[in-house]
Design a protein around this ligand. Structure first.
Ligand code: FVH
Length: 296
């Protein structure tokens, strides 16, 4: 059983969905005294049996806090609802709920107006990665650096911690930027499987291995894009330029048609490449298309 005699930081956790429950178990496993609250009270039952103290409401949970008050709720609106009317004066609020950078900044101001210190977090992990450092999961943090440093050891119990700036919106920006890149990757994976799907004798698992290896090899391209954006020379170090890639797009589209695959996941990006080439920048690398998305 968990007791309050340990020297470990006490954690107050609001939200016991899939992620909140995984966080709770990691803190309990690391020996942190833990108070939990969840809107649907039944979800706290198993954790109470494992050593957590289940609070009767969010106000009671926050009032019991001697360490960080961690929120892991559905969205920013649910954070507002859960904390509505609750005294936050002097509290260290750590919000691990996914939101936009603007929501994080507003929530930081909102918390500070109520006398609380505020740290925002973006979780780069799925629940099975929590409490398992070998999986490489981590959380981006931004906002109050003093709060982060004071509770760093406790924050690092469920997953690694990367502080990305005192602007409270920075963690959400990093989180959503990485997840957006992942979304594009998933779109590409979906298209690739749709292409090979009709081939009954093609081993899907073997194809998956090839695809994963290829995506891993290509991921290094991000460093070239960053170097080009930093130098302002979008032709720097280019090996496969936009003109070549745009020309190959016709073959990709023809193959999609041959295989009866809707090419809607590819065409928006292909149009961007073609536009940059038409502007006379066919010798550039991928960095040349970044400005187009920003209307530059
Ligand atoms: N699960 C994942 O893979 C991802 C990984 C990356 C980070 N996300 C974000 O983490 C936040 C929580 O995610 P979750 O997986 O725990 O989500 P759910 O299982 O859907 O649980 C949602 C909890 O939020 C509570 N809740 C919803 N609305 C309210 C409200 N108005 N007032 C108070 N609590 C609310 C809900 O309570 P209940 O339905 O059990 O009563 C759950 O505790 C999230 O931002 C992800 O984007 C997870």
């Amino acid at each position: 059983m968990n007791t309050h005699t340990t020297s470990k930081t006490h954690i107050t956790l609001l939200g016991l969905g899939d992620m909140g429950t995984a966080l709770a178990r990691a803190w309990l496993a690391a020996g942190h005294p833990l108070t939990v609250w969840n809107r649907t009270a039944a979800k706290a039952g198993a954790l109470a049996a494992e050593g957590a103290r289940a609070a009767g409401g969010p106000a009671e949970a926050v009032a019991a806090a001697t360490g960080p008050v961690v929120l892991c709720l559905l969205d920013d609106a649910s954070v507002g609802e859960a904390l509505d009317g609750i005294d936050l004066n002097g509290r260290d609020v750590v919000n691990l709920t996914t939101g936009t950078p603007a929501e994080a900044k507003r929530r930081a101001r909102w918390a500070e107006e109520r006398g609380a210190r505020f740290l925002d977090g973006g979780i780069m992990a799925i629940p099975p990665m929590i409490g398992r450092p070998e999986t490489g999961g981590y959380v981006f943090y931004s906002g109050d650096l003093g709060l982060f440093e004071r509770h760093r050891e406790a924050l690092e119990a469920p997953a690694g911690a990367k502080f990305v700036g005192e602007d409270p919106g920075r963690a959400a920006l990093h989180d959503i930027a990485l997840l957006s890149a992942m979304t594009g990757m998933f779109a590409g994976i979906t298209h690739a499987f749709a292409l090979v799907r009709p081939e009954k004798d093609l081993d899907q698992a073997g194809f998956a291995t090839l695809l994963a290896e290829w995506l891993g090899a290509m991921a290094g391209a991000v460093h070239g894009v960053a170097a080009q954006l930093e130098s302002g020379d979008y032709t720097e170090g280019v090996t496969s330029n936009l003109a070549m890639m745009a020309a190959a797009n016709a073959t990709f589209l023809a193959t999609a048609e041959e295989q009866s695959v809707d090419s809607r996941l590819l065409t928006p990006y292909m149009e961007l490449m073609s536009r940059r080439v038409a502007q006379g920048h066919g010798d550039e690398g991928l960095a040349g298309t970044v400005g187009l998305l920003r209307g530059e």
